[in-house]
Design a protein. Sequence first.
Length: 1010
Amino acid sequence: MQPNLAGKLVRLSALVKSKKKAYFILSLGELSPPDSQMGGHVSIIVQVPAQLVWHRALWPGRAYVLTELRASKIHGHRYRVWTTTPSSHLTPLEPECVRELDLDLELGRALLEADAKTLPRTSSIQERQEQKGLARDSTLLSYTGTVTAVLNQPAGLYELDGQLGLCLSYQQFHSLRRVVRPGVRLELQDVHLLQSVGGGTRRPVLAACLRGAVLLRGFSRLKPESQSSLHAWGAYLYEKLVWERQLGLPLYLWVTKALEELASKLCPHTLRHHQFLQCASPASPSLALQLLAPTLDVLAPPCVPSRNAHKEILEEPHRCPLQKYSRLQTPCSFPTLAALKEEGECKAWDSFDPKTLLSSPEVAHLTSCQLNQRLAWSWLCLLPSTFQPAQVLVGVLVASSHKGCLQLRDQSGSLPCLLLDKHSQPITDIRLIGCLVRVERFQLVIERKVKSSFPSWQELGMEGFIQDQGARVYVQFLLADALIWPMPRTFLPSATPSNRPQPEPSFPEVPHVGQSRLFLLSHKEALMKRNFCGPPGASAAVAKPTLSFHVSGRWLGGTQRKEGTGWGPPQLKGDENKDQKVLLIFMGPSVRWFEFLHPGQVYRLVAPGPPTPALFEEDESSCISQRPLELAGCTSCLTVQDAWILEHERSQDIPDLPGISKALPESSLTDLLSDNFTDSLVSFSAEILSRTLCEPLPAASGTKSGSTEARKGCVKITVAVEAADCEYPPHLDIYIEGPHLPRPLGLLPGARVYFKQLEKRVSRSHNVYCCFQSSTYMHVLSFPPETTVSVPLPHVYLARLLQGGQTPFQAIASCHIVSVFSLQLLWVCAHCTSLSVQGRCTHQSSTCPTQTSVSQASIRLLVEDGTAEAVVTCRNHQVAAALGLCPSEWTSLLELVRGPGKVALQFIGPEAQPESSAKTDEPLTLFLRSLCTSLSVLRPIELSFELERKPSKIIPLEPPRLQQFQCGKFPLLTHVNPRIQLSCLSIQEPEHSSSLGAFASSCSKTATKA
Ligand SMILES: [Zn+2]
Ligand SMILES: [Zn+2]
């Protein structure tokens, strides 16, 4: 006889479906014990297919009778449990019908010893908490509530009673998925309550594992939503995460959020939902998972044993993925590009404070114009770690046919980007266009441009002086730091011309019909607006400057036709041995190739469509007359048509290629710094030291002064030229000006840049400087370092500066102030820089808007360090340091000068009487004169300096000259080195002992030399 069991339903598991069978497990307990939950109970497996429907009818807490059960052994378990037989019946228990219950329960206990004797749970929890400080246990409870919102249907996330989260994905809830919608009433049996799970989720979450049951207790009045295929793909993905990756709930919730972010960035324009969520093949996970993989692999390594449903339901103590959890620190987020751009701009303007930007003591001496010019351009570099949580950049790489730059794009917008291949190489692989890029390490650069009218430094903290401000935001990263996925061709922008806001021209796959020709690129000119005359027949009305660039190079062989998947043999013509130079003009949409074309590389120009004879030959329509110089050596000048495609060819794949020098041409330092103008175009690599906006160059301002273009100003970049075996790189200024010259991305302090064909000029003071030309090519070699290490200046003897050749441009010398040549203190109008007397501007007929005046000071000193002498010019705040005055003394001295407006002293020779423009008997003049000759000024100092003239070979160093000295009665003739001219950077008081040491050592050096 098979026994019957009766009792109160104390636990009901979820309906579990595996490949082999479907089942659920219910537990019957004693009818009215004081604590039925913790008391003894018997678990019964229901697995007869016809009986599975009971799962919907059972109410926990009610009493039932199950008939004709048998005890059986579960595979993988050490004990036996009750199971129903096909002839079993379920009936509600009517107490009066029951005669014998205890026996069944006794029997159950015997069978399920481990189950009935609950382990001392509390102590074990404590132990485990001690082991793992951060892990907590979730609470098992039962709850009845109404669904108020569907948060993410494929992920099984709902909102209960407006305040709780509900996650059903840890159960197999297919049947419920169709039913659960707002208004549905659910009874949740034995679900886990998890609080403060982190990862961006704030409310407590109820989550049901297989032990608990989710029972439908009331229907919704709402119509069911139609099940889109998106839901099915999504659901499959989320199931994989729970069942195969075994994510805990905090991580699972974060993943659902991250996938929502990613899908909103990419679907449906870049990718269809199914392309994003579906796996391409069983072996390769879906793109969605691949995008998350770098993060998931760290947080949830994919090597956890899979879940065992029987154990999860039956075993005591209960173990399931929801049992233990720890608060998740949000690993990262995938912001839309528009949001990232906005956040970058916000941070850039939040941190923009004129007062901190100009914090040096020098600021007090700047005129209004100087002050506002220094504020005009500044930049900020944000690293992913400055965002909380860290931001991951995801977007599709496109080449803009409007701006010629590379952009990352998602559905929210686009962000210009600057990419570097490894080894400082520019990117050349055109196949990158259209690829999906994921980058964790990048620099978000914000260049700030400010138009301000601060009258003087005193107003820097006040508002209302900034008229206009703008920001340029872009990202720069290394290709090696990016994960790249080619996108399905059918979903490139070209193939979806319908609802794209900005249709980009097509990048179709290599066509089946077409012709191509190889060329070696030798030079690329700047991308800028140029004037073109139209083809001879066209009207002259469209003579607007067009964004364009040129490249020059030469053809490698003749035109090739498409043959199958490859290219046929080159069609030879009579003049093959001729050096076929070519000038290619890129204008209109073909400017999109700009970022991929670089000197020394071989490209294939492909014209899709049926072959046209002599397509890559002479181009009559282009403006040959415009470029006579370039055309001198070219057999053809060709305008690249919009539909043509470029491919990068690896040069080792090309036979018969004469050796191409991959090294970038660089001018020698001698060429660079000499006044040899046989080639005024110079090329070099350099590190950018500083970048400022300045007044237009004199030559250019003469033509267009006053126009808006001239007022745009000029970008001045100071660089340290990199030269082989040169210990102290010379510094050079490079100017970019003119309305048509673009401001390239990446010209930032700290970056290393290669410049080709800069124009060399020499200033009136014989300084060499360079100017950007329309023919200038540049590419960034490396981005600014993420952490800047300030390199201390070299410590030198002054004689070192006389040796010529390699002298440091900036250095420190321990020296002694021998005498003061001149000293000038004055007050000028901050607006017009005229002399200001008694604080009033003296400019005639001027109505300066503000009567603010600023003090200016300069002093010329003679210093020597035992090896040589130098004349040092100190300006403004450096004068205070030179005179050894503390800030309060300096301020009161300047206040004394405010009355007369100007005090200037000339000292002729160290022993001569001072001459002064002011009356010599004035107390102020007397004081300054005695100060300048006193030992408090004539003292040892640590002088940081730079050469007054940027290094140039134009004026060779003067040879030592003979000079006569009077030594007592005897005249002495000796060789004297020319005086070195230095500009002061700063003056420090020497530490006494070390200065003595330095002095002593320098003395001994000269002694040994002598
Ligand atoms: Zn559980
Ligand atoms: Zn004035």
